[in-house]
Design a protein around this ligand. Sequence first.
Ligand SMILES: C[S@@+](CC[C@H](N)C(=O)[O-])C[C@H]1O[C@@H](n2cnc3c(N)ncnc32)[C@H](O)[C@@H]1O
Length: 399
Amino acid sequence: MNKSWQLFESNLKIYLKNNYLKKTRAQADWIKQDTQYFSKGVIRLNELFTTQRTQRRFNYFDDPVLRSGYLAYFLPVNAYKVYHLLRTNHSHIHLKDKIRIVDLASGPLTMSFGFLLYLLDKGLAQNKTIQIEIMAFEQNKKILNDGIKLMKAFLFVLKGNSDLDIRVHITPCQTDLNRSIPERKPCDILFSGNFFNELSTREQQITAMDRFIRSFCHQDTLMVFIEPGTKKISRDLQELRDAFHAERTWRVLAPCVCHNSCPFNIVHKGDWCHHEIEWQTPSYIQDFDKAVGLKKQYLLYSYLMLTNRLVQKAAVVKKDVYVAVSHIMSMKDGYEFLGCGVDGLTRFQLFTNNISQNNHAFKKLRRGSVFKFQICSEKKDVKEGFLYQIKKTDCFRIL
Ligand SMILES: C[S@@+](CC[C@H](N)C(=O)[O-])C[C@H]1O[C@@H](n2cnc3c(N)ncnc32)[C@H](O)[C@@H]1O
């Protein structure tokens, strides 16, 4: 973890202790009992987010145990996901000295924290002043207040530890996004993190996305929708992608290189497009994992990055570029994996006796890795896309 992340973590621990623990414990360093204390909320939230979805109350963040569990564990984990996503899609992000962000269903400003940590990581705030305006839309006032206080404390600590000049102005908008959108200012980046899976039907999701785009987006707005990597919500995102793609108004920047319908909506319907980050789990998170029985060695998520198709340059056809949409699977005498490219899905097979210097990098593939592979001879057209058997001389490169 770099210095900014370390500051973020220490600031979070101090905030949790000062605001959610009895005064006697607040001053001391973070200890094992603190992890155990906040684990109660993490366990209950994990159940609510997975097996007991229907029992989730609208305002579950009114409960301090759930709220503090979210702050302690899900905030850093989800902020890391968006930080990673922005780093890997850096070429799509055009930053100005003044950036207006809309953070929808912001919770404790998770997406905005991820963005800030990305800015710090890129050194983009070096030698100049960056002004960030965050409009945070959230129906639960308590979690939003936590986020605002945490952000202010983090900026204060940052100022004391570096010569960066980042000025952040937060406009809190407590509102039910299913009903109305009071403020309608166009923004540069629109974030929606882990919100669409709180909407029960696809119709609600399509209506919400359409409303958000109309309310907050102008021709250059970058839209980032990130959700858990589970089957239902990932397939929902695939459907949303196709619904908006069909309108021909918005262009999908990532993760797709394919400009047609999502192949997973046509074939492989039991599968879903999602991505995996292998991260160096911080010991703070590892301690939680041990206490609650979760494992966060890999972070799973699904996402969409969209922009306005009309003003962007004509979509560049990324020939020979694929996104890995499966693990590497063992087969008799070799390996296989699925890649999604301009013409849809290709199943790549590599027999052990064809592994060579040219192609051995395939072993490093993860779900979501982007790779370049020039298919030199014929691909077979099979029922569920194409099939290609990799040869010794074929070159394989992870981008
Ligand atoms: C799982 S949390 C995600 C928070 C944050 N975006 C993140 O990624 O960590 C979902 C958030 O959506 C908020 N939310 C759910 N339905 C909402 C609605 N109709 N209007 C506004 N906020 C809503 C909840 O209060 C909660 O803070």
